[in-house]
Design a protein around this ligand. Structure first.
Ligand code: UGA
Length: 455
């Protein structure tokens, strides 16, 4: 290997594009590889297939500085790289919750026979425990001088660039000191800035990723289970979360109550973890994750129930405004989006649903063409019987009722992310409902009713 490592990144999805651009910004020469020629051409022209704050600037800077290029050629990748990062997706299999590893396997199987010198292949994708050891054995059978490590990624969509450049921790699942030294060389800059580095075996590294996502999902579902109890008893889950979060042993992060988690990671990772545990006869250890999943999905059903409470059991033909389609703010990702799921449930109940999202409408339209979409918030809210805030974009969180009061047909709002001030909205004549908060005095007796816009 040369002193100045050359890196390839296999798979140009959220993870791969971010990793490639960030490594280039750290000064490495990086070749990104994807089998989709259209995506590769767009990336080389500086156009990104995803919305991620700060990423397009980084890709353009890498391209302009000559440190970053994308290709479809594994031949070029094999000749180029000292370290090959595998960033392929691991979606659920069609007929089960197990992870579909075909893309990860294809990356390594395509690359391995083309390698002509010692190198390190570092997997970053989220995989079931045991995958790395199996892939390492398969790799050794093809190329004895290529080594496999597992280096899981903990970045969050919406803050992916910052998370990659200044991670909380770096985990290196390795089977040799040489592999550890190579990864330390790759991450020299964050390590110098104080990022903790954990060198472990392959299995611990794989577990670190799914265990972290499972814990985060559990925290969210815990507070949402408390929200159910608050709804039943008249408690306020927002206040409860603040009280719990003030205990440093609990902490307030990932304790935001509301519509729950979605996206391309947490839901599929906890399900794949459970499926994997059952396969190794360890299902009992992860039985609680089924409940975590169930609590999470119940929030969506509860939101639809609240809609019925506000505007009547028969939603047929009623205009409803949905604010938010992305699974979280800062992202255009609609995979397993709680917001879109609720929009679809309401559509299924007969409502005439119009969705507005600052960036995710094109993806939402592709995945849910049956819904209506608006280009502004006020357009979406025209004549609405009910407004639902389902993704906490700052544009929505900072919303003043005046923006919508004269646009809607009836002043009913469900704040499913608990970000609006109920006092302000109620003072403006709105029926304000949130998850985990019992109806306010002003809302009592307004079921199926709601303040009517007087115009
Ligand atoms: C998650 C993890 O946070 C990352 O560490 C991990 O690398 C990533 O998955 C992955 O496996 O690739 P991400 O899915 O981008 O990152 O988003 P999160 O910030 O974790 O949010 C997930 C969901 O939980 C969102 O729908 C969000 O709205 C929801 N959430 C989050 C809550 O409902 N409450 C909270 O308190 C926090």
């Amino acid at each position: 290997m040369t002193d100045r490592l050359r890196l390839t990144v296999l798979g140009a999805g959220y993870l791969g594009i971010t990793h490639a651009a960030c490594m280039a910004s750290l000064g490495f020469d990086v070749l990104g590889v994807d089998t989709d020629p259209g995506k590769v051409a767009a990336l080389n022209a500086g156009r990104l297939p995803i919305h991620e704050p700060g990423l397009d600037e980084l890709v353009r800077a890498g391209r302009d500085g000559g440190r970053l290029e994308f290709t479809t050629s594994y031949q070029r990748a094999a000749a180029f790289g000292d370290v090959h990062f595998v960033c392929a997706g691991t979606p659920p299999q069609r007929a089960s919750d197990r992870a579909d590893l075909s893309q990860v396997q294809a990356c390594i199987a395509t690359l391995a026979p083309l390698l002509d010198r010692p190198c390190l292949i570092a997997g970053k994708s989220t995989v079931p425990v045991g995958t790395a050891r199996r892939l390492a054995a398969e790799l050794a059978a093809v190329r004895g001088d290529a080594e496999l490590a597992w280096n899981p990624e903990f970045l969050r969509e919406g803050s992916a660039v910052a998370d990659t450049l200044a991670p909380d921790r770096i985990v290196a699942g390795v089977t040799s000191r040489r592999a550890e030294a190579t990864l330390r060389q790759v991450y020299a800059q964050p390590l110098a800035a104080g990022t903790p580095f954990f060198a472990t075996g392959l299995e611990t590294a794989e577990l670190a990723k799914v265990a972290a996502n499972s814990f985060l999902a559990t925290k969210i579902s815990f507070i949402n289970a408390m929200a159910e109890l608050c709804e039943a008893t008249g408690g306020d889950v927002g206040a409860l979360a603040r009280i719990l979060g003030a205990d440093p042993r609990i902490g307030s992060a990932f304790l935001r109550p509301g519509l729950g988690f979605g996206g391309g990671c947490l839901p599929k990772d906890i399900r794949a973890f459970v499926a994997w545990a059952e396969d190794i006869k360890g299902g009992e250890a992860l039985g609680f994750l089924r409940e975590v999943d169930a609590i999470n999905l119940r929030r969506r059903a509860r939101t639809a129930d609240l809609a019925s409470e506000l505007i009547g059991p028969d939603l047929a033909g009623l205009p409803v405004c949905v604010l938010g389609a992305a699974f979280k703010p800062g992202s255009d990702d609609v995979r397993d989006s709680p917001a879109l799921d609720v929009a679809q449930i309401l559509h299924g109940m007969g409502a005439q649903v119009t969705v507005y999202d600052p960036v995710a409408v094109p993806n939402a339209r592709r995945s849910c063409p049956e819904l209506r979409y608006a280009t502004t918030m006020t357009e979406a809210a025209q004549h609405a019987q009910l407004v639902l805030l389902l993704t906490e974009w700052s544009e929505f969180a900072g919303l003043s009722p005046d923006r919508l009061s004269d646009v809607v047909a009836r002043r009913n709002i469900i704040d499913a992310r608990n970000v609006l001030d109920p006092v302000v909205w109620r003072a403006a004549g709105w029926n304000y409902r949130a998850l985990g908060v019992a109806a306010g005095p002003a809302d009592v007796g307004t079921s199926h009713g709601g303040a009517t816009h007087q115009g």
